[in-house]
Design a protein around this ligand. Structure first.
Ligand SMILES: Nc1nc2c(ncn2[C@@H]2O[C@H](COP(=O)(O)OP(=O)(O)OP(=O)(O)O)[C@@H](O)[C@H]2O)c(=O)[nH]1
Length: 311
C-alpha cells in the first residue's frame, strides 16, 4: 500500500482557518490549499488528487455544498472523502451535507485532537478501498489489468468513441502452442513465461490511454482508443516484435524455436445502438485466422461499421 504522506486538500476562503488546519495536520500530511470552489475542483482533479478534502460551507461564488455535489458527480473525484468543517452546525445543515455525499460533518468550534483522529480514520478507509479496488482490477500472475478491468474500460472506451466520433481498435493475441510449452517445461515455467510476455507487451505500449489486459489463460487483449486500423496494425507489430525479441526457447516442432504470439486486429467506429461485442468477435476471428494461417503472425482487418457508415 502507498506509504507516502497522505495528501489533504483544505478548502476555505479564510486564510486564518486554513492556517489553523494546516498547522494541525502539517507534520503528518501533505497539505494542499484552495481558497475558492473553482480552484478546489481543479486541485481535486489534478494528476495526483488529494486523499481527503476538508471543505468549508460558506464561501463566495460557489458554496461548499455545490463543490461537494460536483465532486460526487464526477467519476474522477467521486471516491475522495469530503469532510465539511463549518460554523453552520444546525442539524438540518449537517444532515444535508451527509446526504450529498460527505463522509463527516464537523461543526466549529472543534477539538483539534478529535478532528485529527477522524481525518485519520477516513484516510485509512480510503487507502484500504483504493488497495482493494486495485487488487480487484489486477491479474495476480502478471500484474497487468485483468478481464474485469478490461470489460469496464472497454465499455467506457466504446461510449467515449461514440461521443467523439473516433475509431476504436482492439488487438487479441495468444501465445502459440502454449499447452506444449507447459507440457515440456512445466507449469511454473509456463507461469514465468506468461509474466515475461506480459511485461514485454506492456513495455511496447506508449499511449497512456492504451490498455493491456490478460483476457484469460494465455490470451491477452489490447484496447486502443482513438486508433484506426493502420494504427492498430502498427501497435500489433510492436507487440509481436517485443515477444520475438524476448527470445524465449520453445521446443516444439510447430514453432520457430522460440515463444511467439498470434495476433488479431480489428477496428470499429462505434455508432448509437451498435454492439460492442461485435468488435471483440471480429478481433477474435482475426486471431483465429492468424492461428489457422500458421501462427506467429498478425492478421488485421474487418472494420465494424455498426451503421455509422464510416468503416
Ligand atoms: N502455466 C500456465 N499455463 C496456463 C495458464 N493459463 C492457461 N494456461 C495453459 O495454456 C494452454 C492453452 O492451450 P490451448 O488453448 O490448447 O492453446 P495452445 O496450446 O497455446 O495452442 P494454440 O493457441 O493453438 O497455438 C493450456 O494448456 C492452459 O493450461 C497459466 O496461468 N499458467
Amino acid at each position: 500500500m502507498n506509504s507516502a504522506l497522505p495528501r489533504v486538500l483544505i478548502v476555505d476562503d479564510e486564510r486564518s482557518n486554513i492556517n489553523i488546519l494546516g498547522n494541525l495536520l502539517a507534520p503528518d500530511y501533505e497539505v494542499v490549499v484552495a481558497i475558492d470552489g473553482a480552484s478546489a475542483l481543479r486541485r481535486a482533479r489534478a494528476a495526483t488528487p488529494p486523499d481527503i478534502i476538508l471543505l468549508d460551507v460558506m464561501m463566495p461564488d460557489m458554496n461548499g455544498y455545490d463543490v461537494c455535489r460536483l465532486l460526487k458527480a464526477d467519476a474522477a473525484t467521486r471516491d475522495i472523502p469530503v469532510i465539511f468543517i463549518t460554523s453552520m452546525g444546525e442539524e438540518d445543515n449537517e444532515a444535508y451535507g451527509l446526504d450529498i455525499g460527505a463522509v463527516d460533518y464537523v461543526a466549529k468550534p472543534f477539538s483539534p485532537a478529535i478532528l485529527k483522529r477522524r481525518i485519520q480514520t477516513h484516510v485509512e478507509l480510503k487507502r484500504l478501498r483504493d488497495h482493494y479496488q486495485h487488487l480487484s482490477a489486477t491479474d495476480p500472475l502478471t500484474g497487468i489489468a485483468n478481464r474485469r478491468r478490461f470489460d469496464e474500460a472497454y465499455a467506457a472506451a466504446w461510449q467515449s468513441a461514440l461521443r467523439r466520433h473516433e475509431p476504436l481498435a482492439l488487438i487479441m493475441l495468444d501465445v502459440d502452442r502454449f499447452k506444449a510449452y507447459n507440457d515440456h517445461y512445466g507449469h511454473p515455467a509456463g507461469d514465468r513465461c506468461l509474466q515475461r510476455v506480459a511485461r514485454a507487451l506492456h513495455g511496447s505500449l506508449v499511449r497512456a490511454d492504451d490498455l493491456l489486459a490478460r483476457y484469460g489463460g494465455e490470451e491477452f487483449v489490447c484496447l486502443l482508443p482513438a486508433t484506426d486500423l493502420a494504427g492498430g496494425e502498427a501497435v500489433a507489430r510492436r507487440l509481436h516484435r517485443a515477444v520475438r525479441e524476448l527470445d524465449l526457447p520453445h521446443e516444439h516442432p510447430e514453432v520457430a524455436g522460440r515463444v511467439s504470439i498470434s495476433v488479431g486486429v480489428a477496428v470499429a467506429w462505434p455508432a448509437a445502438g451498435g454492439e460492442p461485442e461485435r468488435l471483440v468477435a471480429e478481433a477474435d476471428l482475426r486471431l483465429y485466422e492468424a492461428k489457422a494461417g500458421g501462427r506467429d503472425r498478425i492478421v488485421a482487418g474487418g472494420a465494424v461499421s455498426d451503421g455509422s457508415g464510416q468503416a
